[in-house]
Design a protein around this ligand. Structure first.
Ligand code: TXA
Ligand code: MG
Length: 337
């Protein structure tokens, strides 16, 4: 049985938070909203609880977890050092959609970081998440609260779809404003490196700390540094094709014709004036912020409508959030990250 607790983001009810915190302290799993997507939380210092996360999600064992903190004092217990540039970023962007990979302290359970010598840490910008961490009195590991390989949940209902019956509690705190996962920056190599693009952009990071190695540029192709990047992510059940190039409209029409009429096809578009026959057209939004907030929900909705083929228009370059959105579209279409 999974309990669902509705909590107001603007004024989190203390009794309800205390109830959720008790579940964490007893080694249970609580899904909670952050500003990016819903997370599936467990006590970061309880290996048995962490084990339950991997089982509930069907998550590969070598994919490490992000530790969520409520204030900087919690860092001392997790990271061996806090380099100057990492600190500068945290001062600017925490609480917020930024995760820092640092060298980990020896007593952080190996289960958190899948055996790596590093640990990923972030302070989420959501009053429910912050009160839950404080009330539990421990940092929380929290991967996105979806079954492994499914789009990340941006509403409590998405969490229930994937994990209902498998976890102890879901906090319903409304929809998540950003809609895509945090930017991950690694500070354990020679230069800071973006492992996953997110709402904190490369340009914003460089404005504070100078050059960073951009996402996707690997110094070391033999072993990807962010283990999660090698898995197919954010994928709908339907087959998905991301069309690129200027002649995308013709390409999409050809794909629809080739697929034949018996198939249920949807096209996700970013231009209000796009028109395609014999398919369901979904306009994902005119602004990056809107597209980011809506995309994962759209993928889930198309799945529940039984769509078999999803075709996406290319994402037009608009602003600094482009990279994050393109990254998720490519991953949904099955590209290796
Ligand atoms: O916005 C977010 O970051 C959300 C919310 C819930 O906070 N969480 C999230 O967690 O997206 P998850 O587990 O779905 O993705 C974590 C990513 C994975 O790609 C993982 O490989 C990477 O962070 N990661 C975690 N620890 C790492 C480490 N020590 N070194 C390198 N990459 C790490
Ligand atoms: Mg995830």
């Amino acid at each position: 049985m999974t309990v669902i607790l509705k909590i107001k983001k603007t004024a989190p009810d203390e009794d309800k938070i205390a109830r959720a915190a008790r579940v964490i302290k007893e080694g249970g799993l609580v899904a909670f909203p952050t500003e990016t997507v819903y997370g599936l939380g467990a006590d970061a210092f309880n290996p048995a609880a962490i084990e339950k996360i991997f089982i509930a999600k069907g998550r590969p064992r070598d994919n490490p977890l992000i530790v969520h903190i409520a204030d900087r004092s919690m860092l001392a217990n997790l990271a061996r050092s806090f380099p100057r540039r990492a600190r500068a970023l945290s001062e600017k962007f925490w609480p917020g959609p930024l995760t820092l990979v640092l060298k980990k302290k020896a007593h952080v359970p190996a289960e958190v970081s899948a055996g790596l010598s590093t640990v990923a840490i972030r302070m989420p910008a959501n009053p429910i998440a912050l009160s839950l961490i404080r009330a539990a009195g421990t940092p929380l590991v929290a991967p996105s609260a979806n079954l492994s390989g499914r789009p990340s949940p941006t509403r409590a209902r998405h969490v229930r779809e994937d994990l209902g019956g498998l976890i102890d509690l879901i906090i319903d705190g409304g929809s998540t404003p950003i809609g895509m996962e945090s930017t991950v920056v690694d500070f354990t190599g020679r230069y800071p490196k973006i492992l996953r693009p997110g709402a904190v952009t490369a340009a914003q990071i460089e404005a504070i700390i100078g050059p960073v190695i951009p996402a996707g540029e690997r110094e070391d192709t033999f072993q990807p540094k962010s283990p999660g990047m090698k898995y197919r992510h954010y994928a709908p059940r339907a087959r998905m094709i991301l069309v690129e190039g200027e002649d995308f409209r013709e390409k999409i029409c050809t794909l629809i014709t080739e697929a034949g009429r018996e198939r249920k096809i949807a096209v996700i578009g970013f231009h209000q004036d796009s028109r395609y026959d014999n398919c369901l057209f979904v306009h994902a939004g005119a602004r990056s912020r809107t597209v980011a907030r809506r995309l994962f929900g759209i993928l889930r909705e198309l799945d529940s409508q039984g769509v078999e083929l999803i075709i996406s228009e290319p994402y037009p370059a608009r602003d600094g959030l482009d990279l994050m959105i393109l990254d998720r579209l490519r991953k949904a279409a099955g590209a290796e990250g």
